[in-house]
Write a protein that binds this ligand. Structure first.
Ligand SMILES: C[S@@+](CC[C@H](N)C(=O)[O-])C[C@H]1O[C@@H](n2cnc3c(N)ncnc32)[C@H](O)[C@@H]1O
Length: 337
């Protein structure tokens, strides 16, 4: 399996090995990071365009309740920040699959559509579809992109008009049945075509135990516990390779990237990624992830969610808590025949 080292270079290591991310103990060199932190063409039925408002946030209404994060402006800004983080982590690459000149492409659960728009700009010959539960994508987009409101956990109708390339990013806490989704992808990609998933390991970790017993750790236990109660997969990243194999894909390739929380790493690239990751969390990220999951499935009050989120936020700012996530990019090919 191919993974990335602390410097972001691909190396081959055992699948569960963690890279050693060295802690930066000299704080004076990175004051700039302190500054950085302060700082469709859908079927237009009314249920698609309608939204649900709850606890000060806006949620999708089509298939009401099936996605537990908001779709308001603040959340869309945060998703676009995450897009920049993924690009940074992947050294400005939108995808890793060895696609040549794909004609028909779909981005599953496209969010703000930012990946689909960038991809369409890079591949003017391709017709790119972005689908999502929310019709929140921009209308001024390249002519070769269109957005659809659709539930990717329902049956698809693409088998008679399959894709050259199917892309899905950051579906952790969104999808209940990834294996079914993977089988749908297999049936809806052309023989010889590629499918790529990019996703999280879920629960954050610390290599030196500094996360243990913190409010930040408790936050993820409570919040991901609520998502698990509701039936969602919170840690798809490490399971993707097996799901690709089980669905019948070949030429499967796995890369694992490190995303630190905050500016504690010594390595400059990881420090920058960590600063951006902390900044997106500061942008209402803790509340966005926790609010509906804890209030709808664990009967927490809004105030309780805000209190836990602010404790977790305080921990995430600490230079002494060395938290990181792993982000997996896995692609595979449907056999030619
Ligand atoms: C964390 S966002 C990721 C967005 C985008 N893929 C990206 O990486 O920027 C998850 C997205 O999945 C969408 N989503 C969740 N469940 C879905 C479903 N069953 N069908 C379609 N979209 C879904 C949400 O509306 C949200 O836009």
């Amino acid at each position: 399996m191919t993974e990335t080292s602390a410097e972001g270079q691909a190396t081959t290591t055992a699948s569960n090995a963690q890279p050693n991310v060295e802690v930066d103990t000299s704080y004076e060199n990175d004051s700039s990071y302190g500054d950085e932190l302060s700082s469709y063409t859908a079927s237009l039925t009314s249920s698609v365009l309608d939204f649900r408002h709850e606890n000060g946030r806006r949620y999708h209404k089509y298939r009401d309740g099936s996605y537990l994060l908001p779709n308001d402006e603040s959340e869309n800004d945060r998703m676009d920040m995450l897009h920049e983080i993924y690009l940074m982590v992947m050294h400005r690459r939108l995808y890793l699959a060895p696609i040549k000149k794909p004609q028909r492409v779909i981005d599953l659960a496209t969010g703000t559509g930012i990946w689909a728009i960038d991809f369409a700009d890079q591949h003017p010959q391709a017709q790119v579809i972005g689908c999502d539960l929310s019709p929140t994508q921009p209308t001024m987009v390249p002519p070769n992109v269109k957005f659809l409101v659709d539930d990717i956990e329902s049956e698809w109708a693409y088998e008679n008009d399959p894709f050259d390339y199917i892309h899905a990013r950051s579906l952790s806490v969104s999808i209940r049945d990834f294996e079914k989704l993977m089988n749908q992808c297999y049936r809806s990609v052309k023989p010889g075509g590629w499918v790529e998933f990019q996703d999280w390991n879920g629960y954050p970790i610390s290599e030196d135990g500094s996360l243990d017993g913190t409010a930040l750790q408790r936050y993820y236990q409570e919040v991901y516990g609520a998502f698990e109660t509701a039936g969602y997969e919170v840690a798809p990243g490490p399971k993707l390779e097996q799901w690709f194999k089980d669905a019948g894909f070949v030429n499967i390739h796995v890369e694992k990237f490190v995303i630190p929380y905050g500016v504690w790493p010594k390595d400059k690239h990881l420090k920058k990624v960590g600063a951006w990751f902390q900044a997106q969390a500061e942008a209402n990220g803790f509340e966005a992830l926790a609010m509906a999951a804890l209030t709808r499935y664990k009967q927490w009050t809004k105030e309780e969610v805000i209190a836990l989120s602010s404790q977790a936020r305080a921990d995430s700012r600490s230079r002494n808590i060395h938290t990181l996530f792993n982000f997996y990019v896995v692609y595979g090919q449907r056999p030619e025949n």
